[in-house]
Design a binder for this molecule. Sequence first.
Ligand SMILES: *Cc1c(COP(=O)(O)O)cnc(C)c1O
Length: 432
Amino acid sequence: MTTPHRRHERTARPPSVDALARSLAGSGLPHPLLVDAARSAIAAGDPASAPAVVEQLRAGLLQPVINATGVLLHTNLGRAPLAVDHGAGYVNLELSLATGRRASRQDHAGGLLARACGAEAALVVNNGAGAVLLALAALAGGRPVVVSRGELVEIGGGFRIPEIMEASGARLVEVGTTNRTRVADYHQAMAAESPALLLKVHASNYRIEGFTSSVGIAELAGVGPPVMADLGSGLLDAACPWLPSGPPPWLAAEPAVRQTLEAGAALVTFSGDKLLGGPQAGIVAGRAELVAACARHPLYRVVRPGTLILAALQEVALAYLAREADQLPFWRAATAPVEELRQRATRLGRSPGPEPVACSSVAGGGALPGVEIPSWGLVLPGDHTAPLRGWRPRPIIARVHDDDTVIDLRTVDPADDPTLATAVEALGVVGR
Ligand SMILES: *Cc1c(COP(=O)(O)O)cnc(C)c1O
């Protein structure tokens, strides 16, 4: 085997790292990254591969992609899509324009979200996991928290209720069994312990079917201690007053924030970037004194959100209050009429080549497991996901089903259809 060094001796002298890096300047990437690319291409004994290395570097950067997976809340693609229009400049993050005094960064988005879901108060943190951790630490640090064994879930990304509980300093008291927990189990735990909270966790990403029972919020609220409900998905209101035709059938089993609070939960926690359709955030909403206790806890300082998130979430909250949340990109995609998707698929699919096909989208993001949302897309024989991912300037993320590539149009912005058409045509696929 020839080492790269030997090979250089026998062939032409390799170009200098600097000259090669400068030759890549057209890529627009900063010089130090081009130096890295040049170095690694020369080290591999293949200076001509430098442009490909640069392309790899570029592909590693955060960039817009076309989500053709049909997964509405794709965690790998940033969950809910959101347009952020945030000019440079200072904002009144913690300043009252009325008094000129220091105010709270929770006054705008937090206050509006509370109003939108019917809570006394709400607090915004960086993500749903942070909301749960903060609430448990602030309200139950060093004290028992009762949870059904059927709700000791793992959400994904390493979020496991028993571990979060331990990290918060609260002491987990398990009751019931995996499939059945009754209200008597909670009463029994009450008699033995003096719990700070009863925690109910929405088993977002899986379902237990068959011989099961669990205790509803209203019944739990009658047991005694405050009930905290980790809802996860953040559907604001089961009636979906922001959707002109009401809640779609696929949402039927999803617990909602407003109704959970009305049923008697003292506190709820949920994510900003799941069914709420906002930026990555976590929201703690409920009784004012409990939310205030969360805001006073030292951990709040660790999980507090920044201006970008709060500005985006304020827009989302205003959209809900104006009953215009159907215009949020997530709800637009989620509720796009099947007939509209079929027409788009028919326009894009032509024979021979990709064919229009009826398919099913899913909510994703650990929400609504097993629930299918009717959709339309294109089917291409064979696995073409790699070239589609390599499409520039907008990588296209599709899925493979039964050895076919499926491009689901529900999650594709109609404005991206022409890009999709060009990319699919470039594949040169001939249909069956
Ligand atoms: C998603 C989810 C979480 C975690 O929220 P992140 O925003 O992903 O941190 C916690 N609890 C439940 C029930 C969830 O569904």
